[in-house]
Design a protein around this ligand. Structure first.
Ligand SMILES: NC(=O)c1ccc[n+]([C@@H]2O[C@H](COP(=O)([O-])OP(=O)(O)OC[C@H]3O[C@@H](n4cnc5c(N)ncnc54)[C@H](O)[C@@H]3O)[C@@H](O)[C@H]2O)c1
Length: 298
């Protein structure tokens, strides 16, 4: 018995990296999986089938609306239903703002933002139609955001914006889809995958420990258990974003109202300069470091 027995899932960008790990664990936990990627999806399907699981491949770009539609119809045609969408496909095209080209901006926003829309919108239509037919059951949308989307990162004007969008879509998705039994959440992972290894400064930070007995905190397989739990029918979470790496899972609290001034008149710029310039008005917001509950080695 797996936590995903009877569930049907679509996972984008699952030919490699985190998505492949998600697909393998989903299948091992009993889900039937539609594996999407530009290439490599068929290999992952083969791996799943060799291990006794069920999966089908759909190769194509999620930036195309027709591929999003195809992913949803394939799930329903091949496996009879659709319970889970994991929007995981991604690319990076880093550059400082003054060097970023239109192509770098468009490529990143179309794969992440439009790519999530192309899959989530037909999924939402299907879930709504099923619910109207009286087939309301737990459904789950999981968007892959990033620390870059919730904290911001220099050199990623395009990627930070796209990933912020994917995080807030967990809130919007929860608000819109809840009436049809669907939940929406986002994850902000950190793991040693090809684009991370290639990023100056990051590759070194996520390297595998020299001692094989040491916990390999940044192995990409550590993200899939949280994604599997969020995908499972008994999971209560919706509208949330989580940080996840190694043995860490953290709930993000997002933008929050800070210090404020209120008046029953229109401020002049000079009055605002005085009020907001005063020492009582904080000039920067300290990073919110919530306490993390540490659990010993398994
Ligand atoms: N690894 C990390 O530390 C990290 C951190 C934050 C966010 N993320 C996000 O996690 C997701 C997975 O990234 P990863 O680290 O495994 O990188 P990766 O490059 O190994 O995996 C991304 C996959 O998406 C596929 N892909 C790219 N464009 C596509 C398209 N148009 N249609 C379908 N598939 C497409 C790629 O072929 C690739 O297999 C991405 O959304 C990434 O932005 C990763």
């Amino acid at each position: 018995m797996g936590i995903l027995d009877g569930r049907v899932a679509v996972i984008t960008g699952a030919g490699g990296g985190l998505g492949r790990e998600h697909a393998l664990l989903f299948a091992a936990e009993g889900a039937k999986v539609v594996v999407n990627d530009l290439t490599g999806a068929k290999d992952v399907v083969e791996e799943i089938e060799q291990a006794g699981g069920k999966a089908v491949a759909v190769e194509g770009s999620v930036a195309e609306m027709s591929v999003g539609e195809e992913l949803i119809s394939t799930a329903v045609d091949a496996f009879g239903d659709l319970h889970v969408v994991v929007n995981n496909a991604g690319v990076i095209r880093d550059a400082m703002l003054w060097n970023m080209t239109e192509d770098q901006f468009d490529t990143v926003t179309s794969v992440h933002l439009k790519g999530a829309f192309s899959v989530a919108s037909p999924a939402a239509r299907y879930w709504r139609a099923q619910s109207k037919k009286g087939e309301t059951t737990d459904r789950s949308l999981i968007n892959t955001s990033s620390g870059s989307g919730v904290y911001g990162n220099a050199g990623q004007w395009n990627y930070s914006a796209a990933k912020a969008g994917l995080a807030i879509q967990a809130v919007v998705g929860a608000a819109e889809l809840g009436r049809y039994g669907a939940r929406a959440n986002a994850i902000c992972p950190v793991a040693r995958t090809t684009p991370v290894i290639a990023t100056p400064g990051l590759g070194e930070a996520v390297r595998a420990p020299e001692n094989p007995d040491e916990f390999d905190r940044y192995h990409p397989k550590h993200i899939a258990p949280l994604v599997s739990y969020l995908a499972s029918a008994g999971c209560p979470f919706t509208g949330q974003a989580f940080t996840v790496y190694g043995g860490h899972v953290g709930l993000l609290t997002g933008w929050a109202h800070g210090h404020a001034i209120d008046a029953e008149f229109q401020w002049t710029p000079q009055q605002l300069a005085e009020e907001m310039g005063a020492d009582s008005f904080p000039k920067s917001i300290p990073v919110n470091r919530n306490r993390i509950k540490r659990v010993g080695a398994a």
